[in-house]
Design a binder for this molecule. Structure first.
Ligand code: F0G
Length: 463
């Protein structure tokens, strides 16, 4: 009998499991009931009714023993906690920004920076959008303009850097409204809503140069910057031998400032960062943080939270850690491909994005195909995912009509260091089973719509 030869050596996680948390396996009947109570919105499910939770990678990470040990060292002083100073040192070290204020999570930093940099009537160009980012820009009076490359809207285009900014689109906007009307350029990497797609260093450099020439501030949503650094290392010429820490540092060097939802890269459960090179912005932020978050040395966080963030930063740049994280997402992609399931290519850093327009091609977009798909995957197996399509895109501010985004996706997001390969296999098989039954789904009708970020609390019923 022919024996198998080793083709390529596998990677494995650079950790072992010390503590386990039991999860509940439920019946179809139980899940149908739970889904109805939740208005067919996976955000409204009780977590105890969920088997494998791929709703988000935000704050759902497993901390290391090093981080947990640090929690015991929390200095819960109201002012000047030592954990704050340690965290600040690490912000300087890993992101290269001299000034920093902590916030309780990412959107709090977005709120503060939008208020500081935006004058009502301004424009904010960005590489696609993120829900909370765009909302805070709009609440501060700006108009958001998408300047991502066209390839980002094509789920099958295998461009290695679909998060890139289209410089021509940016120039056209500046020409139309004038550089003075651009509050700042908002650049995220990887781009969550495009499928976790990175930008290249080459593109960033070009955008940075243009921004400088035109005196437009360039700001970085660095929430998953380490994943972007990993993709640069893997895909961009000249970076193969550079460390993740070095690439991250170079990326940040082109920006005037950045914000981070620490609930992602930093592998903690809560926390946010606002950091900048500008003393003026820093002073304004430090003042505003006391209004909305707490004193500028804790920003809505406990000392122990800041300690866990500082330690998480040291772990996030470890190559084996980030390779195993993205390797798991890539494994899920390979398995889904075996069943011919349509999803965004190439596989992103934090998630697989199923293409609901292709998956449920018989449903029109106003029947909420992605919302339907997320609900049916839950009903099938208890795997929780999230809609990223017409519901997330909200309504047009002026006309009140639905925004009809090109991408109608369901996101399966992988928490860091939480699930095993067997969990991934179970998930893939459930999606394959829903795919086999896809013609039987008729879509959803919206029965309740909140004013802001409707995807969180909107309610639906089956048609
Ligand atoms: N920016 C990006 C790119 C994000 O993905 C998020 C959050 C935020 C900002 C806001 O940070 O949640 O700490 O207030 N994304 C989560 C997600 C919610 O599931 O993708 P936050």
């Amino acid at each position: 009998m022919a024996k198998k030869k080793i083709m390529k050596r596998s990677w494995a996680e650079p950790f072992k499991i010390k503590v386990v948390e039991p999860i509940k396996m439920t019946t179809r009947e139980h899940r149908e009931k739970a889904l109805k109570v939740a208005g067919y919105n996976t955000f409204l499910l009780k977590s105890e009714d969920v088997y494998i939770d791929l709703l988000t990678d935000s704050g759902t990470n497993a901390m290391s023993d090093y981080q947990w040990a640090g929690m015991m060292l929390g200095d819960e002083a109201y002012a000047g906690s030592k954990n704050f100073y340690y965290l600040w040192d690490n912000v300087k070290k890993y992101y290269g920004m001299p000034y920093f204020v902590p916030t309780h999570q990412g959107r709090a930093a977005e709120h503060i920076i939008s208020k500081i940099l935006i004058t009502p009537g301004d424009y904010v160009p960005g590489n696609m959008y993120f829900t909370t980012t765009k909302l805070h820009q709009e609440l501060a009076g700006a108009t958001f303009v998408d300047v991502i490359i066209d390839e980002a809207h094509d789920t099958e285009n295998e461009h290695p850097f679909k998060g890139n900014i289209d410089l021509q689109k940016l120039k056209d906007l500046v020409k139309k409204v004038g550089a003075k009307k651009i509050a700042y350029i908002s650049m995220a990497g990887p781009v969550n809503m495009a499928g976790g797609q990175p930008f290249s260093m080459k593109n960033l450099k070009a955008v940075g140069k243009y921004a400088k020439e035109n005196k437009i501030p360039l700001w970085f949503d660095a929430t998953r910057a380490v994943e972007n650094a990993y993709f640069i290392k893997e895909r961009e010429k000249g970076y193969g031998k550079a460390s993740i820490q070095k690439i991250l540092h170079e990326m940040c060097s082109y920006f005037d400032g950045l914000w981070v939802s620490a609930k992602k890269d930093l592998m903690v459960n809560i926390g946010g960062i606002l950091a900048t090179k500008s003393k003026k912005v820093f002073q304004a932020a430090r003042n505003m943080v006391v209004v909305y978050e707490g004193l500028h040395t804790y920003g809505g966080l406990a000392g122990r939270d800041m300690e866990a963030m500082a330690r998480g930063m040291e772990e996030m740049v470890d190559f084996d850690t980030i390779r195993a994280r993205i390797g798991q997402v890539e494994y899920a992609g390979k398995r889904l491909e075996e069943f011919g399931i349509p999803f965004v290519k190439p596989v992103g850093g934090h998630a697989i994005f199923l293409d609901a327009k292709k998956f449920l091609s018989h449903l029109k977009q106003d029947l909420f195909p992605a919302q339907t798909l997320a609900a049916e995957i839950y009903a099938d197996s208890g795997v929780r995912s999230m809609e990223r399509g017409i519901v997330s895109a909200g309504r047009n501010k002026k006309t009140g009509e639905h925004n009809y985004p090109k991408l109608e996706l369901v996101r399966l997001t992988f928490p860091r260091r939480v699930y095993t390969q067997a969990h991934i296999d179970v998930t893939v098989e459930s999606i394959a089973s829903v795919y086999e039954n896809r013609k039987s789904f008729k879509g959803l009708r919206m029965t309740y719509e909140p004013k802001y970020l409707r995807f969180f609390q909107g309610r639906f019923e089956r048609i």
